[in-house]
Design a protein around this ligand. Structure first.
Ligand code: CA
Length: 240
């Protein structure tokens, strides 16, 4: 299956360069040179991934991202010229899955693209959540654990029908743990998969996300879903 990628970049030379590289890698590629065109295309077409420059004429990239996120869950990697922490934080808060600072090596961008596509488009049927409990038959893209349901396409999590509001990273972390039921995931693995493989920072940010997940799920519904394995990491075990 050919992944379809939208490149949003107003620097024509750079856009062309990325287009050539991605086409060479076998991706199907479209380009947009300003924010409004990008938003129109992103809403009208189904892309597997969007590379979105922040500094754009028309609408800036963050605004495109915010508006897009109201409508659909296409994963977005931000391209930022400014190595600005504010841009990164607002971009990730707005729902971007990753960002790449310009200038970048093309190998770095390609690696980020592969990670984002893998993380956000796990093939249907590879979902290995526990399904022993009676309930609706498993659907593709839906992970279940007891009364907890994570719907990947709709990007929704609920427990016994009650919606749980998660940030992008909390959602990704929960998804990874559910996909890897009974496998202990180290903080490094969780960090790599959720924050990007070369995230520079402390692995204890993982503990922070886990704490948020427990506060929003375990504590509220009185369950013990995410278990800490001392010295090893975290795991969600199949229910007995
Ligand atoms: Ca630009």
């Amino acid at each position: 299956m050919t992944a379809k990628i939208l490149i949003v970049e107003d620097e024509a030379k750079l856009a062309r360069f990325i287009e050539l590289e991605l086409t060479h890698e076998g991706y199907a590629v479209n380009k947009a040179g300003d924010g409004r065109a990008a938003l129109d295309m992103a809403l009208a077409e189904e892309y597997d991934l969007i590379l979105l420059d922040i500094m754009l004429p028309g609408l800036n990239g963050l605004e495109v991202l915010r508006r897009l996120q109201h409508e659909k869950q296409t994963p977005v990697i931000l391209l930022t010229a400014r190595d600005s922490v504010m841009d990164k934080v607002s971009g990730l808060d707005a729902g971007a899955v990753d960002y790449v600072t310009k200038p970048f090596a093309i190998e770095e961008l390609l690696a980020r693209i592969r990670v984002a596509l893998k993380l956000h488009h796990a093939p249907a049927g590879s979902q290995a959540g526990p399904q022993q409990n009676a309930g609706p038959a498993p659907q593709p893209g839906v992970l279940a654990w007891g009364l907890l349901v994570l719907d990947e396409k709709r990007r929704k999590v609920s427990y016994d029908g009650h919606d749980i509001s998660l940030t992008n990273r909390e959602f990704l972390m929960l998804k990874l743990l559910l996909e890897n039921c009974d496998i202990v995931l180290s903080r490094e693995t969780l960090l790599d998969r959720v924050c990007g493989y070369d995230y520079i920072g402390e692995t204890n940010v993982v503990d922070v996300y886990i704490r948020h997940l427990r506060a929003k799920i375990d504590d509220i519904f009185g369950i013990k879903m995410i278990q800490t394995v001392r010295g090893a990491g975290y795991v969600i075990r199949r229910e007995q």
